[in-house]
Design a protein around this ligand. Structure first.
Ligand code: ASP
Length: 371
């Protein structure tokens, strides 16, 4: 299918247009590539569907990540974590503070993951009340396990001495209110054909009508601070992600999310699944965002990475993989390799990139290309 993609990529001159090539041809291009193309870089997204005008969030985050890169001896993972923490603290994004509420209007189930180019991977799914879920993923990466979920993950997080926090925000409640309105109007895609009430798995009863659902939100709001923002676009997913390249050509990727807008207890998306939401290796790093179910089905990050390893530029690799995905599903990807960096999404997506020379932001730089 031919899709409109909002694309961003390394603005420096490209080696050339990149049709699929043999691995031998790639080696030639690498040898011939401009050394200025490689160097430390941090590229972060604020989620598929997040308006480009929110790129100030990723911009602050990549500055923090880049500063960490320069101060911590080029540690790609430390830079990725610093970037994600900054976005987890920004209530406009669906990660950490600001994470989506589940359908009961009370629970938050956060997922996070990180991976580096030595195949170090750690992920966590379904945890609540922690300011920085990415720190739990970091601790899992240092354990003999790869992925912890639910109660066990929460108890594991309890051993780490991390800061607890109520993550729910007026933004998250406003977003769920819009989700309820669509759900009860029968305009919520696959949810409209699914008997979700029959499979309701929360402790509180399922709302039968829109006003009962809104009453759940009112109860959640009682005693809560802050007011809902006037304007937040519908259908934003707003997960946060980052890819990092060091001066030595080391790579890392990380993600953090509160999941999709409509989700029952126990739903897990692409974020903590190796090769679905993220991938890193000696050829680069990739982080995805958008409808987790579509990203898992298409194995988005692993497929983009495979193309990087075959010598496609990040922008071309993203385009080749995401063009198969319907815009209704909604997917965005960021990637970096030694041929540059790229971003692409089936909608708007806030992002920012920082290297030694410059900082780029989606809102000041985005190009729309109809393909
Ligand atoms: N990919 C995330 C998920 O499905 C959502 C997002 O990217 O915003 O859990």
């Amino acid at each position: 299918m031919v899709l409109p993609l909002a694309l961003g990529c390394d603005p420096r001159p490209r080696v050339g247009e990149v049709p699929p090539r043999s691995v031998d041809a790639v080696a030639v291009e690498r040898a011939a590539s401009d050394p200025a193309r490689v160097g430390p870089l941090v590229l972060a997204h604020g989620g598929q569907g997040s308006p480009a005008s929110r790129s100030d969030g990723p911009a602050v985050a990549v500055d923090r990540g880049f500063a960490r890169l320069e101060s911590e001896g080029e540690d790609a993972v430390a830079a990725a974590i610093a970037t994600i923490e900054s976005l987890e603290d920004d209530p406009r994004f669906n990660a950490g503070t600001g994470a989506n509420l589940r359908l009961d209007a009370r629970s938050i189930e956060a997922d996070a993951a990180l991976m580096d180019d030595r195949a170090r991977f750690g992920a966590v799914a379904g945890i609540a009340d922690l300011r920085h879920p990415i720190r739990v993923a970091e601790a899992v990466a240092a354990s003999p396990h790869l992925l912890l979920v639910g109660e066990g993950a929460q108890a594991f997080a309890g051993t780490l001495g991390l800061e607890a926090r109520d993550l729910s925000t007026p933004q998250a409640r406003a977003k769920l209110a819009r989700g309820y309105a669509k759900l009860f109007a029968g305009e919520a895609g696959p949810w409209s054909e699914w008997d979700w009430r029959r499979h309701w798995n929360f402790a509180t009863p399922a709302p039968a009508k829109l006003d009962e659902a809104m009453a759940l939100l009112e109860a959640a709001e009682a005693g809560a601070q802050g007011e809902a923002p006037d304007e937040t676009p519908d259908e934003t997913k707003d997960t946060v992600g980052v890819v990092v390249r060091t001066a030595q050509g080391r790579y890392a990727a990380a993600l953090s999310t509160g999941g999709t807008t409509l989700a029952i207890h126990g739903r897990v998306g692409d974020v903590p699944l190796l090769g679905a939401g993220l991938y890193a290796g000696p050829h680069g790093a990739v982080a995805a965002t958008g409808k987790g179910e579509a990203i898992i089905r298409e194995l988005v990050a692993a497929r983009v990475y495979e193309l990087l390893a075959r010598g496609q530029t990040p922008a071309d690799a993203i385009r080749l993989v995401t063009r198969e995905i319907s815009p209704e599903e909604g997917v965005g990807v960021i990637a970096v390799s030694d041929l540059g960096w790229g971003t692409g999404a089936t909608s708007q997506m806030a992002w920012a990139a920082r290297d030694r020379d410059a900082r780029h932001r989606a809102d000041t730089w985005i190009q729309r290309q109809d393909r």
